[in-house]
Design a protein around this ligand. Structure first.
Ligand code: ZN
Length: 332
């Protein structure tokens, strides 16, 4: 079953209402910020339009022949248009080909659905070619134009479309969904803030940050053995933003405490267990709790006016200067 993201129910209900009240235009412009699932909304709505027996809320049943074809990616009445090559442009030939196909009647006697994503990728010639179809659409055809940048479409195109503006989801809803998608749910708030409140963009960011987190842990480890300069590292760590590195630091220290307490089942940095175990063995539990307090203070101050570089230097110096039990390192 093709499910909506939890923040999309009211947008879908809006579309469904337009449909049941006979107000659905033959061309819809679905716009809104990047990373909130507009394309997915268009996709779910397309299935709903193709389905032989939609559910009470309008969602596709997932069982009928049309839904099966849709799920397999070969429903003959669904047309997807995106840039085909590295030019990142939707070209006139693609539009001409599309127009030819939608001029034929539908294979299953229901809608023909077109998803153009991103619609702003059409070049001028392609957009002009599409205009005729928007003015005199073939019967039972619904065009879904998806874009982050509606202003990049000509005013003429926009004026021929009914619009659906999908806004940013409520922070609480976005965060609770994102927490279920991340390995470390504690990063959800920070990632969401960095992604400007867009949950799918935050998820992409999380994937991009995996390598960086590994690099920083390596630096954190070198600081403990006096092999790195805290001031120099601080300068690197605050770029472009110090919130994520500090939240990682919090996760490392919390895990070090868990490892010392033997509560491994609650570890969040599963990939770094051996490293954190070794670092934890060098410190007394009281020092670890003191360190956790310092990290928490830093997190609080990071939202104030205090200079990021100074904050980062402070916590890295504190960490590198902690009195360590070096014996544990030699035993190994
Ligand atoms: Zn169905």
């Amino acid at each position: 079953m093709n499910e909506l993201y939890p923040w999309q129910s009211s947008d879908f209900a809006d579309l469904q209402q337009r449909r049941t009240q006979g107000r659905l235009a033959h061309a819809l412009l679905i716009c809104g910020p990047t990373g909130i699932g507009k394309h997915h909304l268009a996709d779910v709505f397309a299935q709903s339009l193709l389905c032989a027996e939609p559910q009470a809320d309008g969602l596709g049943c997932g069982q009928c022949h049309a839904c099966t074809l849709y799920a397999a990616g070969n429903h003959p009445d669904l047309f997807r248009l995106s840039p085909e090559d590295e030019s990142k442009v939707i070209k006139i030939d693609q539009i001409r080909d599309l127009i030819e196909k939608v001029s034929l009647s539908s294979h299953y006697g229901r809608y023909k659905v077109v998803i153009l994503n991103p619609a702003d990728a059409m070049n001028i010639a392609a957009a002009n070619a599409l205009l005729k179809t928007l003015e005199e659409p073939p019967a039972d055809t619904v065009l879904l134009l998806v874009t982050d940048r509606p202003s990049f479409l000509s005013a003429t195109i926009r004026s021929r479309c009914q619009s659906l503006r999908q806004g940013l989801p409520a922070a609480e809803k976005a965060q609770s969904w994102l927490s279920t998608q991340l390995e470390n749910s504690q990063e959800a708030a920070v990632l969401l803030a960095l992604a400007g409140g867009a949950p799918l963009a935050a998820l992409t960011l999380a994937a991009d940050q995996l390598d960086r987190r590994k690099d920083l842990l390596r630096g954190w480890q070198q600081l403990a053995s006096g092999q790195a300069d805290p001031v120099k590292l601080a300068a690197e760590w605050v770029k472009p933003d110090l919130h994520l590195p500090i939240s990682w630091m919090y996760g490392w220290v919390a895990d070090m405490i868990r490892l010392r307490n033997g509560s491994e089942e609650r570890l969040t940095n599963l990939d770094a267990k051996a490293t954190l175990q070794k670092l934890a063995e060098e410190l007394d539990l009281t020092r670890l709790y003191g360190l956790l307090d310092r990290v928490l203070d830093t997190i609080k101050l990071a939202n104030s006016q205090v200079n990021a570089q100074i904050l980062m230097e402070g916590i890295l110096l504190y960490w590198s200067n902690l009195p360590r039990n070096k014996l544990s390192g030699q035993v190994k």
